[in-house]
Design a protein around this ligand. Structure first.
Ligand code: PLP
Length: 299
């Protein structure tokens, strides 16, 4: 069996990812009633797997999803999936879905059989590497606002992407690579699948609320502490953001990536800023830290 395009773990079996499917009745699909998490495998080892599992377990709890597997079983499924796939560097998605109700047409979420599945594909760069090299050009979405936290909890990684997809269309139409959204008070939140950082007066700032608390974000903040770079989680207004000295994104699927243009502003001579470069380098260096990685037992 070749899993070079990826593999999935479904109902206890590892299968080619192209054969993985869920029911059209699944509330994960019809209601976005689902949570997921994405961990990466880099050169044969999971990075911070326990942190991703922590977040995934909390997310399932918050949504009252019970997939009938405990943390150890979920971890074992992920390890088996990647080990069987043979993928050396991978994007590994774990999913918990509400599932299909036993009573057709019911609105009662308790009638659904929740389920877990996972899939792994060759490592994905949310921002393509050539764009990351050149520096990302982002817009701040003008009109649409990020779904408010009191409507959908953004700390639970989710498939409610209506706001972000619409904002992406606006950004791509206007010639940008991607976009960031503000909250209903006008503060910067995040972009489609990444957290955002602004360097202002030598300090690395990132939004404190209204966004997913990314593991890459956590890593960046730890790197700042380690390197002695001042950092803070705080509200960032549009004006502050547009006047930043450096901006960068961070996500599991690609790590920190420099932003060189925001709206009509060109940052740092159109190249990555010095703090961004230092943080980016350290992020990848940390993939050799024994306390943060877990080797995949390939079969
Ligand atoms: C996954 C994701 C991020 C980045 O989180 P990481 O844990 O660093 O990958 C940021 N925002 C959203 C909306 C996401 O889905």
């Amino acid at each position: 069996m070749s899993y070079s395009a990826g593999a999935a773990w479904m109902e206890g079996k590892v299968i080619p990812v192209s054969e993985a499917k869920i029911s059209v009745f699944d509330w994960g699909l019809t209601r976005s009633d689902i949570t997921y998490d994405v961990v990466h495998v880099w050169e044969g080892a999971f990075f911070r797997l326990e942190d991703y599992l922590d977040r995934f377990m909390i997310s399932m709890d918050k949504l009252r999803l019970d997939v009938g597997m405990d943390r150890a079983e979920i971890k074992a499924a992920l390890v088996e999936l990647v080990a069987t796939s043979g993928l050396n560097s991978a994007y590994v998605s774990m999913v918990a879905s509400r599932g299909t109700p036993q009573i057709a047409g019911t609105r009662d979420p308790r009638a659904c059989t929740n389920h877990f599945y996972a899939w792994a594909v060759p490592f994905i760069w949310v921002i393509p590497q050539e764009v990351a090299q050149r520096g990302v050009h982002i817009s701040v979405e003008e009109n649409l606002r990020r779904i408010p936290p009191h409507s959908v909890d953004p700390t639970v990684k989710n498939y409610h992407w209506g706001d972000m997809t619409a904002a992406l269309f606006n950004a791509l139409d206007a010639g940008y690579d991607t976009t960031v959204l503000r909250d209903t008070d006008g503060y910067i939140t995040e972009g489609p699948g990444f957290n955002i950082f602004a360097v202002i007066d030598g300090k690395v700032l990132t939004p404190r609320s209204g966004m997913l608390e990314g593991i890459s974000r956590k890593t960046v903040l730890e790197i700042c502490v380690d390197l002695g770079i001042p950092c803070a989680e705080t509200d960032i207004s549009l004006d502050e953001f547009l006047s930043a000295d450096e901006i960068f994104t961070a996500t599991t699927a690609g790590g920190p990536v420099p932003v060189t243009r925001v709206n009509t502003t060109i940052l740092g001579n159109d190249t990555a800023g010095p703090l961004t470069a230092q943080i980016l380098q350290t992020y990848w260096d940390w993939h050799n830290r024994a306390d943060l990685i877990e080797k995949v037992p390939y079969v």
